[in-house]
Design a protein around this ligand. Structure first.
Ligand SMILES: Cc1cc2nc3c(=O)[nH]c(=O)nc-3n(C[C@H](O)[C@H](O)[C@H](O)COP(=O)(O)OP(=O)(O)OC[C@H]3O[C@@H](n4cnc5c(N)ncnc54)[C@H](O)[C@@H]3O)c2cc1C
Length: 584
């Protein structure tokens, strides 16, 4: 059942409380309630997604930033960007950022997940082992209109019975696309890649999106559909903000944290605490999960005491080491005409009446996934930050017309940002620093992206089409200033509560996503990701959350009474855990 306010929630005991009904939290709530013996409360700060047209229509995506469905965060002035600030939207609605995002569907490279396994020491995070989860969450769909898509994707790497709809755009290849694909036949540096989601994305590929039947597929539509909401063991509490997690009572030497403090999202001093009998899971996202931890006294002792917050767990890595993907557009004047403008009233009407037309798609452009060449001068004094030789450094997505070019996304930044508290008031936005361009590699790598585009557009396919550069020459100092003045976020921060090896002094979570040094508390969201994938992040979060749900299910026997556990259950749990971790 769905409750609109904290005061309307009836008194009930829950086995699990999940904080944040976003990309990860929706998956976990949905999967845990598959077991009718578990009772689950999902707490979401934002409103319901249901019935909101803007959240359904792919073509209306850009109207969502800055609305009530967005936390409306802004960074501090960025030292690498001449003091500019950047808006950083985050979903504030059921489905979280998956309800407002750009719907691009990319899993990243196999090497990225192997890096997760290496960093955490848990082979369960390797590409080979998480690939079944990538298929499990996905339901591949035909594009709107059912055009022939043979040769535009690899059927073998997709899932067909999962929760998240994924499809190619409705529009067949246009003349500009034909030039792009011609280049893959003419210039060996830029091969065609059949499917960017195979784990081996390098090359030019058709862009896939989390759209099905012309509608956005979010974690809310996919995992919290009407039949899931009707499960008697799931309560969803909206418009309610978790302000802190609290110690439920010491258990042996470890802190036991299963209690959460809640407040109406509208603010004020009213608070209510609830305790999960089994586990508390924070899925409040890369900004808000570390904020909740720090407000609770879990974080860097020095930072917390400066704000008068008593430290209950000194974990200096909370909120630190946050990478993000930055984006910068490079343009040429071209011998082309602008596409006819969309008639927005007609497009919306067409979408409403037949789920067809231009509003059924969002990002239409094809994407090039590239490595910086091994003979580039950049490697004379920079180490390679990518996860492996099959992982791209750069993503370039193209747009045609009289101003032709591509958006360059740096997938492997060396700069790191952070989230810290501005105040001990839970309603005050935290301090967000994306740390853009604070490491020299990043600007050099974006310059490499611009050079790469020059090589791409020098192919025969572009003769007579590409005329003259509009944006500064990458070989001039003006290029650096151009980038510092324009670069912005592509919304993929991760790592603020990252997993690391069990027993490691770095990181915040153990490889099973449990907070180090505590019992009963996990964090599962983009912040848990220990290595930023070379792709847009929602697929990685779906994959992470699907495995997290299995890890939680497999561990639950551990919270049964210690006495019963030690006699009967523990030996069985060890076998189950061993089987889940190493044999599945
Ligand atoms: C504008 C935008 C465009 C993007 N475009 C793409 C794209 O095209 N492709 C792609 O792959 N990725 C994209 N991303 C990134 C991707 O959507 C996110 O990385 C991913 O969805 C994050 O999932 P999450 O579960 O970590 O957090 P979220 O999905 O953000 O979920 C966190 C949830 O917790 C709730 N919450 C927060 N604090 C509290 C609290 N204290 N109490 C209760 N609830 C709380 C939030 O309201 C939210 O619902 C985009 C993101 C944005 C914002």
């Amino acid at each position: 059942k769905v409750y609109d306010s904290l005061t309307s929630l009836p008194s009930r005991n829950y086995d699990f409380i999940i904080v944040g009904g976003g990309n990860a939290g929706a998956v976990i709530s949905s999967r845990l309630t598959e077991n009718s013996r578990f009772t689950i409360l999902l707490v979401e700060a934002g409103p319901d997604n249901e019935g909101v047209l803007e959240l359904q229509v792919p073509g209306l995506q850009t109207s969502l930033n800055g609305t009530r469905y967005d936390w409306n965060y802004t960074t501090v002035p960025q030292t690498g960007l001449n003091g500019r600030t950047i808006d950083l939207p985050r979903g504030h609605v059921l489905g979280g950022s998956s309800s407002i995002n750009g719907m691009v569907y990319t899993r990243g490279a196999a090497d990225d997940y192997d890096a997760w396994a290496r960093i955490t020491g848990d082979p369960g995070w390797s590409w080979k082992r998480i690939f079944p989860y990538a298929k499990k969450h996905e339901r591949w769909m035909a594009p709107v209109g059912g055009r022939n898509i043979t040769g535009q994707y690899d059927p073998k790497v997709h899932g067909y019975s999962g929760n998240t709809h994924v499809s190619l755009r409705q529009t067949p290849a246009e003349p500009f696309d034909e030039r792009l694909f011609q280049t893959t036949r003419e210039l060996p540096e830029f091969p065609f890649s059949l499917d960017p989601n195979s784990g081996y994305p390098l090359g030019l590929s058709w862009t896939q999106s989390t759209i099905g039947n012309g509608e956005r597929s979010s974690a809310a539509t996919g995992y919290l559909s009407a039949p899931v909401r009707a499960r008697p063991n799931l309560d969803i509490l909206l418009n309610t903000q978790a302000t802190r997690v609290l110690s439920t009572g010491p258990l042996g030497k470890q802190l036991d944290i299963r209690t959460v403090e809640l407040a109406p999202r509208s603010g004020g001093t009213a608070r209510k605490t609830l305790t999960a009998s089994k586990e508390l899971v924070l899925s409040a996202g890369v900004i808000n999960s570390p904020q909740i931890l720090m407000l609770s006294g879990i974080g860097d002792r020095e930072h917390l005491s400066a704000l008068g917050i008593k430290t209950i767990l000194d974990l200096p890595a909370v909120g630190k080491d946050m990478p993000d993907h930055a984006i910068n557009v490079v343009l040429w004047a071209a011998n082309d005409t602008a596409p006819p403008p969309i008639d927005h009233v007609a497009a919306l009407e067409e979408w409403k009446t037949s789920r067809s037309g231009p509003y059924t798609e969002h990002r239409r452009m094809q994407t090039l996934w590239s490595r910086i060449p091994s003979n580039s001068s950049i490697w004379q004094n920079e180490t390679d930050p990518s996860s492996g030789k099959n992982a791209p450094h750069l993503e370039l997505y193209f747009a045609g017309g009289p101003r032709t070019g591509a958006a360059i996304i740096l997938l492997t930044p060396k700069s790191r940002g952070s989230v810290s508290l501005a105040s001990s008031d839970p309603f005050t936005h935290p301090v967000i620093d994306l740390g853009y361009l604070t490491r020299p590699f990043d600007l050099k790598a974006i310059r490499e992206g611009a050079r790469l585009l020059q090589r791409f557009f020098s192919g025969p396919a572009w003769t007579g089409y590409v005329l003259a550069p509009i944006t500064p020459d990458p070989e001039t100092p003006a290029f650096d200033e151009f980038v510092r003045g324009r670069i912005t976020t592509v919304f993929h921060p991760t790592g603020t509560t990252a997993m690391s090896r069990r027993g490691a002094k770095t990181g915040v979570l153990d490889p099973d996503l449990k907070v180090k040094g505590a019992k009963g508390l996990r964090v599962v969201d983009a912040g848990s990701i220990p290595f930023l994938p070379a792709g847009h992040t929602q697929a990685a979060v779906y994959i992470l959350a699907e495995r997290a749900a299995d890890l939680i299910k497999s561990c639950v026997v551990e919270s049964i009474s210690p006495c019963i556990r030690s006699i009967f259950i523990q030996p069985l749990a060890r076998i189950t855990k061993y089987r889940t971790e190493w044999l599945s």
